[in-house]
Design a protein around this ligand. Structure first.
Ligand code: ADE
Length: 241
């Protein structure tokens, strides 16, 4: 899977994505991440990429030409069109389902805006998806692009060493993940729940599922409405009102 990130701050995204699991997946050749510096494509002899907004108002607007030419260079390299995401608080909110579906693409282009926005005409020309990472405003699209790359990458086969961990985690079945424990058996006066130490896998699985139900009900009751609950689950939750 290939990510092309159109940005004015290529070092920021490359540094942020070069460590840990994503960095290793790049080293292994499972992913490639390329930051494309929009400034390299400007026709302006002073390297300018923004200008005042027509009609007035605060701030500067990123101009169409450098963004379009940077995007076109990527498309020409790939040889055909691929999804082009513009990171913006005006987009649909990114979720785990989106991460899974983008992970099936051969390549994705992520456009990071800055200043007060981007000339609408280039967005109309190149963008296939408007995506937000939440209802708050950041100073640019770089952090959201990094968030997307991370979430998508871990859904690419082989990126997570333990295949199971991508399947049992939060959201995978519409529920939050159960609590985890490691050594020692007692810490700070708190014991690991005995069922976890029982060695009875069926019991452990049942307990974990119940914990997922209770945790989701307490922390994210909105998710329970959409989760596929069995009769037994519904009964269990009723008993734990
Ligand atoms: N750019 C600025 N804020 C953003 C957000 N919340 N999501 C995506 N892109 C953004």
């Amino acid at each position: 899977m290939k990510f092309y990130i159109l940005t004015l701050f290529p070092d920021m995204v490359m540094q942020g994505l070069s460590t840990s699991i994503i960095g290793r997946a790049v080293d292994k050749g499972l992913l490639s991440i390329e930051a494309v510096n929009i400034r390299d494509y400007t026709n302006d002899k002073h390297g300018k990429v923004d200008d005042y907004p027509y009609g007035g108002g605060a701030g500067m607007v990123m101009q169409a030409q450098p963004i379009y030419d940077a995007w076109k260079a990527v498309i020409d390299k790939i040889g055909h069109k691929v999804p082009t995401v513009y990171l913006t608080p005006q987009g649909r909110t990114f979720c785990q389902e989106d991460a899974k579906s983008f992970a099936k693409e051969e390549a994705v282009i992520l456009l990071c805006g800055h200043y007060e926005g981007v000339d609408e005409r280039v967005l109309e020309e190149i963008v296939t998806d408007y995506v937000s990472i939440g209802d708050f405003v950041l100073t640019g699209g770089e952090l959201p692009a990094m968030v997307m790359v991370d979430a998508i990458s871990r859904m690419v086969p082989g990126v997570l060493s333990n295949k199971v961990s991508g399947e049992t985690e939060s959201f995978e079945n519409g529920l939050l993940e159960y609590p985890q424990y490691s050594r020692p058996e007692e810490w700070n006066g708190k014991k690991v729940p005995p069922v976890i130490l029982s060695g009875d896998h069926a019991k452990v699985d049942a307990w974990r599922h119940q914990q997922s139900l209770l945790r989701t009900k307490e922390r994210r009751p909105d998710l329970l409405e959409k989760a596929a609950l069995s009769e037994k689950d519904i009964q269990f939750l009723r008993e734990h009102e």
